[in-house]
Design a protein around this ligand. Structure first.
Ligand code: PLP
Length: 485
C-alpha cells in the first residue's frame, strides 16, 4: 500500500485507489491478485439511511422513555452541557499543547476548569484534594485503593485485606483484588446495614481499609457510619467511600466530615453525562490530608501570578493512571452542571431523588414485598418473592415493563435479596411518569395472580422476545452474518 501512497503523493493527486482490476506491481504475489473487480453489494443511499435509522430506533434511550435502572442509572443529562463540551475553544484543544514550551498560555481556560472543578468537588465531599484523572468509577476505585496501598507502604504497615460489605457494587471487590488485596466480605444485618459485630470480628491490624457505599445498594444510609469509621481508623485502616451515586446525599452530608479518607465520584452518573453503552466516564478521586501527597500526576496548580500550570513534581505520587488530563469533556459537563445548579440546586437534586424513590416505595409496597421496611434514599428495593411463588420471577416483571416502553429496573442485584428488583427513579422524573410506572408494576402483579403463563410470551413488542440467555452467552453471535443465518 506504500506504493499507492507514494505514487499519489508524487502525482499530487491526494489519495487514490487504483482500479481494482489493475494489479499493483511488486506489492502482492501474482496468485493473490484479483482477475476481476470484486462483486460488492450495491445499496442506495436511501436504503442505507433507512437501515441505520431503524437500527438506531431499536435502541432504548433515556430521551425517549423512563429508565429506572437501580444504582447505575443515568441521572440528569441536560442538553446544554453537551453544547458546552462541544465549544470549539475546548473541543479543539490539542492535548499536547500544554506540554509544548509556552503552550500553557493557550490552555489557561481548560486548566482553570480542572482547577475549579477540583475545588468544588472538595467543597461538596469535604475532602482536601481531588485527582480528576480516572476515566470511570471502577478506575477511580483502583486509583483509590492504590493510594491506600501507597499510604500503608509509606508507614511500613503490613496490610493484607480490604473489608467490603456483601451489598457492595461488584466493582469494589474487583478493584481491591486488582490492586493486590484479599477481600473480606461482611454480611448485612436485618435492617440492611453492615453487621457491626461481624465487622468488629473482621478488623485486625492486617486490615488495609473498608470500602463502602453509603447509602448502599439497599438504598440504606448506614446510621452508624461514623462509629464504623472510628473502628477502622483504630487499626490504621483507610475509609473508602464509593460515591458513584452521590445524588442521594448531595449537599446534605459530606463523606469527609463523616471520617472517610478516600472518595470516588461518577461524574457520568451524578453530574450530567449520559453513559449508556459503557462510556464515556469520569471517576475523580478525592482524598483527605493523609493521602494528598500520593495523588497521581499531573495536577493543576495556580501559580502566585494567578496563572494555571500543570505540575508533575510530586515525589510520593503513585504516578500516571491515565493519559493526559482525564476525560476532559465529561469534567467540563460536570463543571457546567454545577454552575447551572449552584448550591441550592445541587441540594434540590438529592431532595428530589430521595423523594421520588420513597414515593415509589410507598405506592408499590402493597403489591411487592419490600426488602427493608424503612425510609429509603435514592433507590428503593423490592423483592418479587410473592410473585415468584406463582411462577412469575423478577426477570418476567422486567420483561413486562419493556412492553410498557419502560426500561427494566436492576433485577437480581443486590445479591443479598432474593428476586431483587432495585429501582432508582432519579431526581428528574415527573409525578406523571412515576405514576405510569406504578400502574405498570401493579398491572404486572395483577397479571401474575390471574394468568402467570401469560408472561412466557412477554415482551411481544420487541424484535427479539425471549432469547435463551444461557445459550446466548455461551454461543454469542456477534456479527451481522452469523446472526442472520
Ligand atoms: C456504577 C457504579 C460503580 C462503577 O462505576 P463505573 O463507571 O461503571 O466503573 C461503582 N459503584 C457503584 C455503587 C456504582 O453504582
Amino acid at each position: 500500500m506504500n506504493v499507492i501512497f507514494e505514487k499519489s503523493v508524487a502525482g499530487r493527486q491526494g489519495f487514490r485507489v487504483p482500479d481494482s482490476d489493475v494489479p499493483v506491481e511488486g506489492t502482492l504475489p501474482e496468485k493473490y491478485l484479483r482477475t476481476a473487480a470484486a462483486k460488492l453489494p450495491e445499496v442506495s443511499e436511501l436504503d442505507v439511511v433507512r437501515h441505520f435509522t431503524q437500527l438506531s430506533q431499536q435502541n432504548f434511550s433515556v430521551d425517549a422513555n423512563f429508565y429506572p435502572l437501580g444504582s447505575c442509572t443515568m441521572k440528569y443529562n441536560p442538553k446544554f452541557t453537551e453544547k458546552v463540551a462541544a465549544m470549539p475553544g475546548f473541543a479543539e484543544l490539542h492535548p499536547l499543547l500544554p506540554q509544548l514550551r509556552g503552550g500553557e498560555q493557550y490552555v489557561q481556560g481548560a486548566l482553570e476548569v480542572l482547577f475549579e472543578c477540583e475545588r468544588w468537588l472538595c467543597e461538596i465531599t469535604g475532602m482536601q484534594a481531588f485527582t480528576m484523572q480516572p476515566l470511570a468509577g471502577a478506575h477511580g476505585e483502583l486509583t483509590g485503593v492504590m493510594l491506600m496501598a501507597a499510604y500503608h507502604k509509606s508507614r511500613g504497615n503490613s496490610k493484607k485485606y480490604i473489608i467490603i460489605p456483601d451489598s457492595a457494587h461488584g466493582t469494589n471487590p474487583a478493584s481491591a483484588a486488582v490492586a493486590g488485596y484479599e477481600i473480606v466480605s461482611v454480611p448485612s444485618d436485618k435492617k440492611g446495614g453492615m453487621d457491626i459485630d461481624k465487622l468488629k470480628a473482621a478488623l485486625t491490624p492486617e486490615c488495609a481499609g473498608l470500602m463502602i457505599t453509603c447509602p448502599d445498594t439497599h438504598g440504606v444510609f448506614n446510621s452508624r457510619i461514623d462509629e464504623i469509621a472510628r473502628m477502622v481508623h483504630e487499626v490504621d485502616g483507610i475509609m473508602y467511600y464509593d460515591g458513584a451515586n452521590l445524588n442521594a446525599t448531595l449537599g446534605r452530608c459530606r463523606p469527609g466530615d463523616i471520617g472517610f479518607d478516600v472518595v470516588h465520584l461518577n461524574l457520568h452518573k451524578t453530574f450530567a453525562t449520559p453513559h449508556g453503552g459503557g462510556g464515556p466516564g469520569s471517576g475523580p478521586v478525592g482524598v483527605g490530608s493523609r493521602l494528598v501527597k500520593f495523588l497521581p500526576v499531573s495536577r493543576v496548580v495556580k501559580r502566585s501570578d494567578g496563572k494555571f500550570a500543570l505540575n508533575y513534581e510530586y515525589p510520593d505520587t503513585i504516578g500516571y493512571i491515565a493519559s493526559f488530563y482525564g476525560a476532559f469533556g465529561v469534567i467540563l459537563k460536570a463543571y457546567a452542571y454545577m454552575l447551572m445548579l449552584g448550591r441550592d440546586g445541587l441540594k434540590a437534586t438529592s431532595d428530589h431523588a430521595v423523594l421520588n424513590a420513597n414515593y415509589l416505595l410507598h405506592r408499590l409496597k402493597g403489591a411487592y414485598q419490600i426488602a427493608f421496611d424503612r425510609i429509603c434514599m435514592h433507590e428503593c428495593l423490592f423483592s418479587a418473592a410473592r410473585q415468584a411463588a406463582l411462577g412469575v420471577h423478577a426477570i418476567d416483571i422486567a420483561k413486562f415493563l419493556i412492553d410498557k416502553k419502560m426500561h427494566p429496573p436492576t433485577v437480581y442485584f443486590p445479591l443479598t435479596v432474593k428476586e431483587a428488583i432495585m429501582i432508582e427513579p432519579t431526581e428528574t422524573e415527573s409525578k406523571e411518569t412515576l405514576d405510569r410506572f406504578v400502574e405498570a408494576m401493579l398491572e404486572a402483579d395483577e397479571l401474575a395472580r390471574k394468568d402467570p403463563e401469560a408472561f412466557h410470551k412477554i415482551p411481544s413488542t420487541m424484535p427479539i422476545s425471549r432469547p435463551d440467555e444461557t445459550k446466548a452467552a455461551r454461543e454469542a453471535k456477534v456479527n451481522y452474518f452469523s446472526s442472520h443465518k
